[in-house]
Design a protein around this ligand. Structure first.
Ligand SMILES: *Cc1c(COP(=O)(O)O)cnc(C)c1O
Length: 384
């Protein structure tokens, strides 16, 4: 496929590449995979996990998502400032001083207590508006939301506030992507109990939702009206065991170019702290990316791809550079492309693999690439 790079000025030789053509394809595959009536909410918080919120949101909307979600007011305002008028749900809880602006920009707030609901209602009434809200139910994560077993009277109270409309009711899974679904099913049971209680009181909402990516993939009985997916369109799975959608590929790669090549003699040390000492003559490459860019701080751990082969990181990496052994890749030269995350030839370094270097998860790695790494967007020639 024909792809062009959007570059405004000469970039540093280390960057994050976002493949918008693949993102579009991933959305297409997800829409083909889902049950027909099920709707999609695209979670683009934290710059769509580092991919760029505006770019991902636009692609999501073109694919047919009905809702977007972010966490901070700033994130929502950025979307609105870029001409995005799709409904936006704000996860979490807002301080009262933000509510006015939420109403002004048509943002949908999650509400977790009557105090916020009442404040929203009063502000809305003053402006002659009816403001949609989603009520969050805590079914076992102990984060946001009203406890499931205390929810009904609180929801009934909220239903009386004239300035707000109960548009949605939601909960969130603590563990939906592991093989053992016992706890997820308990959470679903608790949520269903609240939904049934509301049904008896004839409190109806447009959107009932509990699924994140893990739930969408593995718990069809929990789909309800809409699923909130963040990581899946980016081509990354929340765990090793959840269901796969054939053809889904990662959207983000991290690339860099070799900035120096050095020959080591036996006994030479590499990097801060002298954690590597050459036992024989070695050829190494210096690459200008480090923990200041979001690569985990490591010692003699991690790999990169050069000329399609794995080259191990040696010594301790620095804020701005790290050294890799390329003795086995004699054809490697100065300014050669290096893949830090992503595919090169038949080799692939996943976010998951990098996450293991710091005992973490793919989400942490995707969001962890710092803003000092420029984002380069690949897209189709004719478009844009
Ligand atoms: C981040 C988040 C999601 C998306 O989770 P993924 O695993 O990335 O699909 C869904 N719902 C809530 C409340 C979230 O905070």
């Amino acid at each position: 496929m024909n792809k062009i790079k959007e570059i405004q000025h000469p970039l540093r030789p280390a960057w994050v590449e976002i493949d918008l053509v693949q993102l579009q394809e991933n959305f297409r595959l997800i829409f083909a995979d889902k049950p027909k009536k099920l709707q999609i909410l695209s979670v683009v918080k934290d710059q769509a996990y580092g991919h760029g919120a505006v770019a991902v949101a636009k692609c999501a909307i073109a694919a047919g998502v009905k809702y977007l979600a972010v966490v901070t007011l700033d994130e929502a305002l950025e979307l609105r400032q870029n001409g995005i008028n799709t409904p936006i749900l704000l996860f979490g809880e807002r301080p009262e001083e933000q509510l006015q602006l939420c109403i002004a920009r048509n943002l949908t707030c999650c509400v977790n207590n009557t105090k916020t609901a009442k404040a929203l209602s009063q502000l809305a009434l003053k402006q002659g508006k009816l403001v949609p809200v989603h009520v969050e139910i805590d079914t076992g994560m102990s984060r946001y939301g009203i406890r499931w077993d205390e929810a009904l009277p609180v929801i009934e109270k909220m239903a009386e506030y004239k300035g707000i409309a109960l548009e949605g009711i939601m909960s969130h899974f603590a563990m939906s992507d592991e093989t053992d679904k016992t706890y997820a099913l308990l959470q679903l049971q608790r949520f269903n109990r609240v939904l049934a209680e509301m049904g008896r009181k004839i409190i109806r909402v447009k959107w009932r939702h509990i699924c994140n990516t893990g739930g969408f993939l593995d718990l069809p009985q929990a789909h309800l009206d809409i699923v909130r997916i963040g990581i899946l369109p980016l081509g990354v799975y929340p765990s090793k065991v959840c269901r796969r959608i054939s053809g889904l590929k990662t959207v983000m790669s991290v690339k860099v170019k070799i900035a120096a090549i050095r020959e080591l003699k036996t006994g030479d040390c590499v990097g801060y702290g002298m954690h590597y000492k050459a036992k024989s003559g070695r050829r190494i490459a210096v690459i200008p990316i480090g923990y200041g860019d979001g690569f985990p701080r490591v010692r003699n751990a991690g790999v990169v791809l050069i000329r399609g082969l794995r080259a191990p990181v040696i010594g301790g990496n620095a804020m701005d550079a790290m050294m890799v052994d390329i003795t086995h890749i004699p054809e490697a030269g100065l300014w050669d492309d290096v893949v830090v995350m992503g595919k090169q030839g038949t080799e692939d370094i996943s976010a998951h693999e990098i996450a293991q270097l710091k005992n973490s998860v793919s989400y942490d790695i995707l969001t962890g690439w710092r803003r000092r790494l420029p984002r380069v967007y690949l897209q189709k020639d004719q478009e844009k």
